[in-house]
Design a protein around this ligand. Structure first.
Ligand code: HEC
Length: 185
């Protein structure tokens, strides 16, 4: 009987120890959130996390072309513009085709021609064709002006867009100033 009692006491002591250990472990986890915060922080800033964020931003916002404009290759821009000829004419007084004539479009207002029937998405857009606006539009027309009837996937290479826009800029009676350094000259 004594032995049995002893066993029960031992078992009880063991159980108490176990419960105590569990409680300590639990309270450790409850009481030390700082450890968790420290461990979690470097995980949040790993590159894996920032890559999808950057990629999804890229979908809507084009890489800026401003730094490239001053050194843009206008002849190459004209080459790139061949992709547009199917729908646009570029010469002064040229006809509207599927899309409007693009003479003098840089710096002009969005939907710049009275003679062309723009989509309501375009008419409601407002603003003007700054370099930034053109850059974002030509990067992804449908995303930049949702509902546009310009059925064109966009130009993804930043250098190509810069050259193209520099070429478009030359098609004008009143050149829009280039951003930054050039405008000082
Ligand atoms: C498949 C035909 C098509 C192609 C290809 C195309 N466009 Fe367009 N573009 C249009 C149409 C249509 C509109 C009018 C959009 C609207 O009203 O929604 C337009 C509008 C524009 C406008 C706005 C003009 C304004 O008056 O505000 C610009 C700028 C433009 N296009 C540039 C380009 C350039 C540059 C290219 C070549 C890289 C190009 N487009 C290729 C059909 C096209």
């Amino acid at each position: 009987m004594d032995g049995f009692e002893l066993n029960r006491m031992l078992a009880a002591a063991l159980l108490a120890l176990l419960v105590g250990m569990l409680a300590t472990k639990l309270s450790d986890e409850l009481v030390s959130p700082r450890y968790l915060a420290k461990d979690a922080y470097p995980i949040v800033v790993t590159e894996e996390q920032s890559v999808p964020a950057a990629a999804s931003q890229e979908e809507v916002k084009a890489e800026p072309i401003e730094p490239l404009l001053a050194t843009a290759n206008i002849e190459h821009g004209q080459e790139v513009a061949k992709k547009c000829l199917q729908c646009h004419s570029f010469d002064k007084g040229g006809p509207n085709k599927v899309g409007p004539n693009l003479w003098g479009v840089v710096g002009n207002r969005v939907a710049h021609l009275e003679s062309y029937g723009y989509s309501s998405a375009f008419k409601g857009h407002g603003g003007s064709w700054t370099y930034e606006e053109l850059n974002d539009y030509l990067y992804h027309p449908q995303k930049h002006i949702p509902g546009t009837k310009m059925a064109f996937a966009g130009i993804k290479k930043t250098r190509d867009r810069a050259d193209l826009i520099a070429y478009l800029r030359t098609l004008s009676d009143s050149l829009l100033a280039l951003p930054k350094s050039e405008s000082h000259e």
